[in-house]
Design a protein around this ligand. Structure first.
Ligand SMILES: Nc1ncnc2c1ncn2[C@@H]1O[C@H](COP(=O)(O)OP(=O)(O)OP(=O)(O)O)[C@@H](O)[C@H]1O
Length: 696
């Protein structure tokens, strides 16, 4: 029997099913992995994109992108290394406090025992100004190499989030001149030779910026807290946060470039046989527009002054309290072409400050729409109080609050120093009017505290004027314009005037000098609260509690800044020269530019260092200005320093010497300077009178 063959085994269903299954799932797996890869790719791209483009202007990104040649000049420090070196930025390593943060001493025991100074700027509050200064310093650092009179910037760093920006400098063991001379009163600085050496070092430092750097660098904030002293009290200039390259220098380069472009365009146009006129015209238009932008301070000056035409009706609606407004109007009405084209000065600003504060809300609202331009004028002229556009507010202080604060502060401080008796304070020989004034004041208890001192000055001055006019047989009293106007004229010429007319000088008692000071510097005083070296100082040590220093995002610091450089005025070398002049006076006198003492009325004439120096020069008593604590004084050198300072403080920038000339004078390489004519102590004799007398 044929054997029954078992049928060949069928392919196992499981194998088949498995193969089939594999066949089916493979595309799924591929698709899945592809999707996953795609998602991953998208995520990575997104992450990269975020890292690259998120907050492009964030400090950390700017630091990581710091590929510019300038930034290679200094090293990037690791944040954790700096944190360790400063003991987590502890108080024990704290060296000082500035406008944007603190400076700490960083010790590197493993790095050869070196110590450095670390300036930490906290930008978490959102202030762009600190960041701006950080980048400004970094970008200028490469130009600042090569002078022994400039503090070296060694590096930078930031925390991971870029909120803390750090600049690393060489350590200056004796910290700032402000600190050593005015606060700590270091014994080493009581030696005249040391002070003269410091003056020469600073002059050489600025000379380097103005005459050896390419492009020229303008420091823009020369003041004692930016002068740092090493262990031997040798001075170096620091803090280039507000420094600029000379805009004129740049302008000239731009002009040349534009000129070349224009030529190129003309050539191209000729080649193309196109309209030459059209091409060249468009370039010129752009060119002119550029100039208009550059000249804006002057232009705004024109618009400010031309806007302020007030009808007699408007004037009559102004209350006597608002006389400051009418003063401004009159002043504006008679504005000379020169005035109209000049950059608004701190003085004109001071007028506007008083104008604004002098207006009661009612008075302000009572002005017609046309006259509201006056208020606009005030605000336009308010540049002195305002922040630089590029930084917003330093520490978030609004211009208004800065102004209010300073006005209030000055008022309150003078009030503190004022003897109880108003008569005594205003005028020791007070009359019946003074007592009536004080009675009125008692009644007027609700008056804002900051207003009393303004009114007091105005009342006092009006009274004086009234007396004068009565003598001259004039019955009417004019407004308080005299003391506003006095400062409009050159300080120097007014000083000269008094010099030529001793009778006139006699009549000016201490309050006049004080008012001169107010109109010159104090009225224009502003700055951030607790300004350490705003130059303002009261013996009551208002801000000794470690206040911050200079002015918020302003060009330079109050009292040190040249009148023509503030509020967007063109910054030039002459601005640094002016600041150097103030610094020199501070160095010689060992005091701040503005110092309200608790002393009697006679001290007021010394409150303003600049006015006082001018007054002493006219009286031939320059040496009275010298710090009494100085020993081994060289009289000739002291007179030389004060004379140079007065030359630097001339209101006309073109009259000021250059830093090169100053260094030559200080080093004895050139003839010692003569006092500016207006400050010469002995006025030239009047030849006509002499000859007439002879003829008789
Ligand atoms: N390189 C340094 N070495 C030692 N101390 C320093 C150094 N740099 C700054 N300081 C100290 O820290 C203080 C603060 O300096 P910083 O430059 O931050 O502010 P400032 O110049 O006083 O004010 P502002 O920032 O308004 O110009 C200085 O007054 C000084 O005493």
């Amino acid at each position: 029997m044929p054997s029954r063959h078992s049928p060949p085994p069928l392919p196992s269903t499981t194998t088949f099913t498995h193969g089939h299954h594999r066949f089916q799932t493979l595309p799924l797996i591929i698709a899945g992995s592809l999707t996953l890869t795609g998602i991953l790719l998208i995520l990575v791209t997104l992450l990269l994109y975020r890292r690259l483009f998120k907050n492009r202007t964030a400090p950390s990104d700017l630091i990581s992108n710091s590929k510019s040649p300038q930034h290679y000049q200094c090293r990037r420090f690791s944040y954790s290394q700096l944190r360790r070196a400063t003991n987590s930025f502890s108080h024990s390593t704290h060296l000082g406090h500035g406008g944007f943060g603190s400076v700490y001493k960083a010790d590197f025991p493993n790095g050869g025992g070196d110590s450095l100074a670390v300036k930490v700027m906290d930008t978490s509050a959102g202030s762009l100004q600190g960041e701006h200064e950080f980048h400004n310093e970094l970008s200028l650092s490469s130009h600042l190499i090569g002078s022994p009179h400039i503090v070296s910037l060694l590096g930078f760093s930031s925390d991971r989030r870029g909120r803390r920006l750090i600049l690393v400098y060489e350590l200056m063991a004796n910290r700032s001149l402000q600190d050593a001379l005015l606060d700590r009163k270091c014994e080493e600085l009581m030696d005249w030779n040391k002070r003269f050496e410091i003056a020469t070092d600073i002059a050489k430092g600025i000379e380097f910026l103005h005459h050896s750097c390419d492009p020229i660098i303008i420091h823009g904030d020369v003041k004692p807290s930016n002068i740092l002293l090493d262990s031997d009290f040798k001075a170096k200039i620091g803090d280039f946060g507000l420094a600029r390259v000379n805009s004129e220098d740049l302008d000239t380069r731009i002009l040349i470039e534009e000129d070349e472009k224009r030529k190129d365009l003309v050539v191209v146009a000729v080649d193309d046989n196109g309209s030459i006129l059209e091409e060249t015209e468009s370039v010129i238009t752009v060119f002119e527009e550029g100039n208009v932008v550059n000249l804006s301070p002057e232009n705004s000056g024109i618009s400010v002054l031309t806007e302020t035409v007030v009808s007699p009706g408007e004037k009559s609606r102004l209350s006597p309290e608002n006389s400051a407004v009418s003063v401004l109007t009159v002043e504006v009405g008679v504005a000379s072409p020169e005035m109209m084209t000049s950059i608004p000065s701190p003085e004109t600003c001071a007028v506007s400050v008083l104008t604004e504060t002098g207006l009661s809300p009612g008075a302000a609202s009572g002005l017609s729409p046309g006259s509201s331009s006056k208020l606009k004028v005030g605000s336009k002229r308010d540049w002195w109080w305002k922040q630089d556009n590029n930084g917003g507010s330093r520490g978030g202080i609004e211009s208004g609050s800065v102004k209010d604060y300073v006005m209030e502060w000055i008022g309150s401080e003078i009030k503190k120093e004022r003897p109880n008796d108003n008569k005594e304070w205003i005028n020791s020989g007070g009359d019946g009017e003074s007592s009536s004034v004080s009675k009125k004041r008692k009644k007027d208890k609700k008056r804002k505290p900051r207003e009393w001192w303004k009114e007091e000055f105005c009342e006092e001055l009006t009274r004086k004027k009234k007396k004068k006019k009565m003598k001259r047989g004039l019955s009417s009293i004019s407004s308080i314009d005299s003391w506003f106007h006095r400062d409009r004229d050159d300080d120097a010429s007014s000083v000269r005037d008094q010099n030529l007319n001793p009778t006139k000088r006699k009549k000016r008692n201490s309050i006049d000098w004080w008012v001169d000071g107010l109109s010159g510097e104090l009225k224009s005083a502003m700055g951030k609260k607790n300004s350490q070296d705003s130059g303002l100082w009261c013996d009551v040590n208002v801000q000794k509690s470690g206040g911050v220093s200079s002015t918020p995002s302003m060009r330079g610091t109050v009292c040190y800044i040249a009148p023509e450089c503030g509020g967007g005025g063109v910054l030039s070398e002459t601005c640094d020269v002016y600041s150097f002049g103030v610094l020199l006076l501070v160095l010689v006198s060992g005091r701040r530019p503005l110092q309200v003492t608790a002393s009697p009325m006679s001290e007021f004439e010394r409150a303003n260092l600049i006015s006082w120096a001018k007054q002493l020069a006219c009286n031939g008593k320059l040496l009275d200005l010298v710090d009494k604590s100085i020993h081994s004084l060289e009289n000739e050198q002291a007179v030389l320093c004060i004379t140079i300072a007065l030359l630097c403080l001339q209101r006309s920038p073109v009259k000021r010497p250059t830093m090169k000339e100053i260094v030559q004078m200080l080093s004895g390489a050139s003839e010692p300077p003569h006092l500016p004519f207006e400050f010469s102590p002995s006025p030239p004799m009047g030849f006509p009178f002499k000859s007439r007398r002879k003829a008789r």
